[in-house]
Design a protein around this ligand. Structure first.
Ligand SMILES: [Zn+2]
Ligand SMILES: [Zn+2]
Length: 677
C-alpha cells in the first residue's frame, strides 16, 4: 500500500483508504454532514494487537489527562486529529457515555476561561471530569464568594455563547515550562514536569484567548457545552498536603442538553428523598450506633421482620434448588487463613488477630474456607457432586474509617453465600442454575432490569493467573455458554477477572435507573488447590473439583439498602413491616378493633392498632407517614356491617368493604409477592 494512504475501518465493516493526515471530521463529513455535526469525538483502535484499557474514572486521573498516550490502546481523540496509521474508527455521538465525560471535561475549560476573565490573578490547577460532572482547582488569595460563583456562572454562559473552537497546539516542553514559571503557574509547572519528558512537545488546548495544558480530547467548540452549572465550592490542599497552599475547588456538571441536565437534578432530588439512611431512621428500620462502632448495623424490629422474610425466602429457595444449608463459625484459627491465603492477600481487609489460650483467631471475612472444611470432612465421589453448600454467613471486613456509608458500605455484613463443588462437566448447568436463581431473586424483589458483565483474564498476562489454561478455557466457555443458553446479553471485560478465576457480575437497575452490583458467580481455581480438594471420579482416580462462589443478594444489608431506596420505603405488601394499620374512630370502636386485629392476625397479616385518644385524621396521617400499605378505618356503620373502610397507599380512600373480602384480597397479594396493592 502507498505510504501516504491509510486504511480506516468503520464499524459497519467498510474500509476507507484515505491520505494520511485525514481527520475523523473529514471522514464524518464525507459520510454525511449531519453525522459530522452530531459527533463529539472519535474513538480510534489501532489495528493489530489492540489492548483493552479500563475506562471508569481513568479519565479523571492526572496521568490520563497529562501523561503520554498508550499508542496501542483504543482512545478518544478530537475530531480534528489527523489520522496517521491504519486504524479502526468509531465516530462518537452525544449519546455515548464517554461523550458525557468529554463534554464535562470541556466544561472545566469553560469554567477556567470564565474564572480567568473575571479574576485574572487566579492560578490554575487540575480540571478533570468526574462521574457526575467535573471540577477545577484554583489558587487565589481571596476565597470565591457565592456572588463570585454567580458571576462565574454567567460568564460561562458567555463563553458557551461565543462558541469558541477548542484547538490543539503544541509547544516545546522547555519553552512551556519557562512560560509557566514566569507567570507563577506553580501547579501547571508541576504537571508538565511530572508528566512529560525533557525534549517532549507539550500539548495545549486553546479556546479564544484561554490556553490550558491538556492532552484532550474535547468537544469541537465551547458551544457544544449546552448545559453547564456550578454545583459547589470546596477547599482542597495542593497535592492533598495541608502544608501546601489551599486551593478552591469549584464543582460543576454539564450535559449536551438542558433537558438532560434538568432530569439529572430531578433524579438527584428524588435520590435524596429515597436515601436509605434517612428512611431507615424515619421508618425505624435500622441504626448505626457510635458507641458500638462505625459500619456495624443494628436491625430494629421493623427492619428485622423484612430481613426475616428475605432470609426465609432465600433459605427456602436454596433448599428447593438443591442446596444444603450450613452454618460455620465467625472466628477461626489464623492457621486456616494461612492455608486459604487470606492471611497473605486479604489481610488488610481483615480484623486483626485475637489471642486465645490455644492459638490466634481471626474473624472471618469470607465463608469459603468454612464451606471447604465441610466439603473436605467426608470422602467425595463423582456421584456426590455437585455439592452446593449455602449459608447466610456474617462476615467482617475492615473498611477505612470515613469510607462507610449506611447499609451500603459496612464493616460487618451477611452474605447469602454458597459454594458449589462440581466436576468440570457440570460447570455449565450449574452456572445456568445460578443465573436462574439470580433472576428469581431480582424478579421477586421487584427489579425488572439488570445488566450482566463477564470478566475474563488478560491472555497477555498469563503469569498473573492461577489455574491451568484448560481450567480457564472450560470456565470461561461454561460461563459464556450459560449466558448464551439463557439468551442474556452481556458485556465481556477482558483482564477484569480475579487471579483465581473468571466471573459473572449481575447489576440490577433500580427505579431511578441506577446500577447496583449485587449478584456474583465467581469461579475459583485457587482454593481447591490450596486445600487439596478431591473427589473420586468415574475412572476411580482422584480429581480436583471445580469450585464456584456465588452470592445473589450479595450482602443482605446492602440489598436491604437498595430495596429501601428502590421502593422509597413503600415496601410491597409481603415485605411491609406493618401491613395493615387499624384506626378505630372513637373509643367505643375499640372492641371491634380487637376483633378486626385478631382476624387479620389469624390470616397471617402484620397489624398495628392505633387506639390512642387522638383524632382519626392524625392516626391516618401517622400510618401514612410510615408508608403502611393499608389503613382500615371503622366507626358505627362499619362495626354494624362487619366491614372496614379501606385506604390504600398511593390510591387513597377506597370506600367500605366487608372485612372477609379485605382479608382475602390482602392474603392473595402477600402470597403472590405482588408489588402492587
Ligand atoms: Zn482539557
Ligand atoms: Zn466464597
Amino acid at each position: 500500500m502507498n505510504a501516504q494512504t491509510i486504511a480506516v475501518h468503520l464499524p459497519d465493516g467498510a474500509i476507507r483508504e484515505v491520505p494520511a493526515g485525514t481527520t475523523p471530521l473529514e471522514i464524518a463529513n464525507s459520510i454525511s454532514p449531519r453525522l459530522a455535526a452530531a459527533c463529539v469525538v472519535a474513538r480510534l483502535t489501532p489495528l493489530g494487537g489492540a489492548k483493552q484499557t479500563a475506562t471508569g474514572d481513568e479519565h479523571g486521573s492526572e496521568a490520563a489527562m497529562y501523561g503520554a498516550e498508550d499508542a496501542a490502546a483504543p482512545r478518544l481523540v478530537d475530531l480534528t486529529t489527523p489520522l496517521t496509521a491504519d486504524t479502526k474508527l468509531e465516530l462518537v455521538k452525544e449519546t455515548d457515555p464517554e461523550a458525557l465525560k468529554v463534554v464535562r471535561h470541556s466544561a472545566a475549560h469553560v469554567l477556567a476561561t470564565a474564572v480567568l476573565e473575571l479574576f485574572p490573578e487566579t492560578k490554575l490547577g487540575h480540571g478533570p471530569a468526574t462521574d457526575s460532572g467535573f471540577f477545577y482547582d484554583f489558587h487565589r488569595a481571596k476565597p470565591f464568594t457565592p456572588e463570585d460563583l454567580a458571576l462565574i456562572q454567567a460568564k460561562m454562559a458567555e463563553v458557551v455563547a461565543r462558541d469558541e473552537k477548542f484547538v490543539r497546539e503544541r509547544e516545546p516542553r522547555e519553552q512551556a515550562l519557562k512560560e509557566f514559571e514566569r507567570d507563577g503557574d506553580f501547579m501547571k509547572t508541576h504537571f508538565v514536569t511530572k508528566f512529560t519528558e525533557p525534549g517532549d512537545e507539550v500539548s495545549f488546548y486553546r479556546n479564544g484567548k484561554f490556553v490550558d495544558f491538556c492532552r484532550g480530547p474535547h468537544v469541537p467548540s465551547t458551544g457544544r457545552v449546552k448545559a453547564v452549572k456550578i454545583t459547589s465550592l470546596a477547599g482542597a490542599y495542593w497535592l492533598g498536603d495541608e502544608k501546601n497552599p489551599q486551593l478552591q475547588r469549584i464543582y460543576g456538571t454539564a450535559f449536551f442538553s438542558q433537558k438532560a441536565m434538568d432530569e439529572h437534578f430531578a433524579r438527584l432530588e428524588e435520590a435524596a428523598k429515597r436515601d436509605h439512611r434517612l428512611l431507615g431512621k424515619q421508618l425505624d428500620l435500622f441504626s448505626i450506633q457510635e458507641i458500638a462502632g462505625a459500619g456495624l448495623i443494628f436491625w430494629h424490629p421493623k427492619g428485622g421482620i423484612i430481613r426475616k422474610i428475605m432470609e426465609d425466602w432465600m433459605r427456602e429457595e436454596c433448599l428447593r434448588r438443591g442446596y444444603s444449608l450450613v452454618f460455620t463459625p465467625h472466628v477461626m484459627r489464623r492457621e486456616l487463613w494461612k492455608i486459604s491465603g487470606h492471611e497473605g492477600f486479604y489481610s488488610g481487609n481483615m480484623y486483626t488477630p485475637m489471642e486465645l489460650d490455644d492459638a490466634e483467631y481471626r474473624l472471618k471475612p469470607m465463608n469459603c474456607p468454612g464451606h471447604i472444611l465441610i466439603y473436605k470432612n467426608s470422602p467425595r465421589s463423582y456421584r456426590d457432586l455437585p455439592v452446593r453448600l449455602a449459608e447466610l454467613g456474617n462476615v467482617y471486613r475492615y473498611e477505612r474509617s470515613g469510607t462507610m456509608h449506611g447499609l451500603l458500605r459496612v464493616r460487618g455484613f451477611t452474605q447469602d453465600d454458597a459454594h458449589i463443588f462440581c466436576t468440570p462437566g457440570q460447570i455449565e448447568d450449574e452456572v445456568v442454575a445460578c443465573i436462574d436463581f439470580a433472576e428469581a431473586v431480582l424478579k421477586t424483589f421487584g427489579f425488572l432490569e439488570f445488566q450482566v458483565e463477564l470478566s475474563t483474564w488478560d491472555p497477555n498476562d498469563r503469569a498473573h493467573y492461577a489455574g491451568s489454561d484448560d481450567n480457564w478455557n472450560l470456565a470461561v466457555s461454561g460461563l459464556k455458554n450459560a449466558l448464551e443458553r439463557k439468551g442474556i446479553a452481556y458485556k465481556t471485560i477482558p483482564g477484569e477477572a480475579a487471579f483465581y478465576g473468571p466471573k459473572i457480575d449481575i447489576k440490577l437497575v433500580d427505579v431511578l435507573g441506577r446500577l447496583w452490583q449485587l449478584s456474583t458467580v465467581q469461579f475459583d481455581f485457587n482454593l481447591p488447590a490450596r486445600f487439596e480438594l478431591e473427589y473420586v471420579g468415574e475412572d476411580g482416580e482422584r480429581h480436583q473439583p471445580v469450585m464456584v462462589h456465588r452470592a445473589l443478594f450479595g450482602s443482605v444489608e446492602r440489598f436491604f439498602g437498595v430495596l429501601i431506596e428502590h421502593y422509597a420505603g413503600a415496601f410491597p405488601l409481603w415485605l411491609a413491616p406493618v401491613q395493615v394499620g387499624l384506626v378505630p374512630i372513637s373509643e367505643r370502636h375499640h372492641e371491634y378493633a380487637k376483633k378486626v386485629e385478631a382476624e387479620l392476625k389469624a390470616a397471617g397479616l402484620r397489624v398495628e392498632v392505633d387506639d390512642r385518644n387522638e383524632k382519626m385524621n392524625g392516626k391516618i396521617r401517622d400510618f401514612a407517614n410510615q408508608k403502611t400499605p393499608y389503613i382500615l378505618v371503622f366507626g358505627d356503620k362499619e362495626q354494624e356491617a362487619g366491614a372496614v373502610s379501606v385506604r390504600t397507599r398511593g390510591k387513597g380512600d377506597q370506600g367500605s368493604m366487608p372485612l372477609a373480602g379485605f382479608i382475602a384480597k390482602a392474603k392473595a397479594l402477600v402470597e403472590g409477592q405482588s408489588t402492587g396493592l
